[in-house]
Ligand binder design. Structure first.
Ligand SMILES: [Fe+2]
Length: 444
């Protein structure tokens, strides 16, 4: 009996991994087939790689981890390892490398994938911690999905004819309140049990927080426009010293991709100009802009722990959920994920995704800047290698949470942590605000 159900579990895991690999590769194919070969080889911004670099890099990581490490197989191409090593090749230098041309890159990733399917047919998921629960395969799926989001950001930066198409996100169906009170008390942050959770999401640990108030939705374009109209970009009072210096040096005066349009604003989205929509979460702002807005609004950015408690804590059970709506994987009703739409959705469009406390759109739409620099949790242990997260710990990177419309569900959980430099805004980044609860609120 036990053997039979174990066999069935193993087969189920194999099927699920195969399906995730195929789904992910279809997205990669769409993003790299939407433009011609010359466009794939071109660098659209010094911040980004040519798309063809991302493509072969995804295959190279898959070869290193699955074909060579897990599978113990012969290298497909060890001559290109250095070219596609993200640590050895800074992004700005990647276009001048002797990269595999598109046809060769496509053939390479296909060959690697064939070997991975062969390995997947035989692997038993019990030979090492790396393969337990299919972790190494899950890591590779998430890695490719992360590059798919990076490639989407590259598409947003490219000029030329429109290449990507998607339906608009759903319209709002509920009114969302301004703020939600989160009562004082402990909650469990991070995870020990999510099988594909990465090292920086572990271990689960108890965090005690005082009462606080968090915005029930991400800050909208309409609210952000009021900050601009009030001279927010011209008043150093709202900015930190380093933020103000950056604002002056970079000459920023509105979110990236915005342009004045008569008495309002328009934004450029994947090659199309559109009027800025007021009820949509603001996107393409850096940490410093988010922080300045929050100060102007009389608030602050939430800490990472505050964001996660608002997203996961269930007051009825005291448990932390995988997602705001429960433990089930996201569907199209829960959140705007997976590049299904090419913009954030207006506030109130995802009532099924609300958290137990009534906080909306925590998952999907826009990555949310937090006030917390990226560090390991108490008891952190690097796995499977230091370069995944640990080398980025410290004060240089701020944590972002929740995923964006460009993030796939495989690379997005209530515990998932993203990080970036506080000046970055080519990513799909927005934010929501928080504040300490007043005594009269805290003791209601
Ligand atoms: Fe990578």
């Amino acid at each position: 009996m036990t053997d039979t159900s174990t066999d069935r579990d193993t087969e189920g895991l194999r099927d699920r991994i195969a399906a995730e690999l195929a789904r992910t590769r279809a997205r990669t194919a769409l993003l790299t087939e939407a433009v011609d070969d010359a466009d794939l080889m071109r660098q659209h911004s010094p911040l980004m790689s040519p798309l063809v670099w991302d493509l072969a890099h995804v295959g190279n990581q898959e070869e290193l981890w699955l074909v060579r490490d897990v599978g113990g197989r012969e290298a497909v191409r060890c001559d290109i390892d250095d070219l596609y090593d993200a640590f050895k090749q800074p992004r700005r230098d990647r276009p001048s490398l002797p990269l595999l041309p598109p046809a060769e890159a496509r053939a390479y990733v296909a060959t690697v994938r064939e070997k991975v399917h062969d390995l997947l047919d035989r692997v038993t998921f019990d030979s090492s911690r790396l393969v337990a629960d299919g972790f190494a395969f899950g890591m590779i799926v998430q890695h490719e999905q992360q590059h798919d989001e990076t490639m989407l950001a590259t598409h947003q930066l490219r000029s030329g004819p429109v290449a990507l198409h998607a339906s608009p996100p759903p319209e709002p169906t509920v009114r969302v309140p301004a703020e939600v009170l989160v009562p004082a008390g402990p909650f469990v942050m991070g995870t020990d049990t999510d099988p594909w959770a990465l090292d920086n999401e572990r271990p689960a640990h108890r965090v005690e927080l005082p009462a606080y108030v968090i915005d029930a939705a991400p800050v909208t374009n309409g609210a952000y426009r009021a900050f601009i109209a009030d001279g927010g970009y011209d008043d150093p009072r709202w900015w930190t010293e380093v933020g103000w210096r950056h604002r002056r040096q970079a000459g920023i005066a509105a979110p990236m991709h915005w342009q004045r349009d008569g008495d309002g604003w328009s934004y450029l989205r994947f090659g199309r100009w559109e009027r800025v929509r007021d009820d949509e979460p603001v996107v393409h702002v850096c940490f410093h802009e988010a922080q300045a807005y929050a100060t102007w609004a009389g608030k602050r950015l939430p800490t990472e722990a505050e964001w996660e408690k608002a997203a996961r804590w269930d007051p009825a059970t005291g448990r932390s959920r995988r997602y705001p709506w429960g433990d089930d994987d996201p569907t199209s009703a829960h959140a705007n994920l997976g590049q299904r739409h090419l913009s954030p959705a207006p506030v109130g469009a995802y009532p099924a995704g609300v958290s137990p406390l009534g906080v909306h759109q925590l998952i999907g739409d826009v990555w949310e800047w937090t006030a917390t620099p990226f560090r390991g949790y108490p008891g952190f242990a690097a796995f499977p290698y230091r370069e995944y997260s640990e080398v980025f710990f410290g004060d240089d990177h701020q944590v972002l949470r929740g995923g964006s419309f460009g993030t796939d569900r495989a690379a997005c959980r209530g515990t998932f942590r993203n990080w970036d430099y506080p000046i970055r805004r080519q990513i799909f980044s927005g934010f929501r605000c928080a504040r300490d609860a007043r005594p009269d609120e805290a003791h209601r």
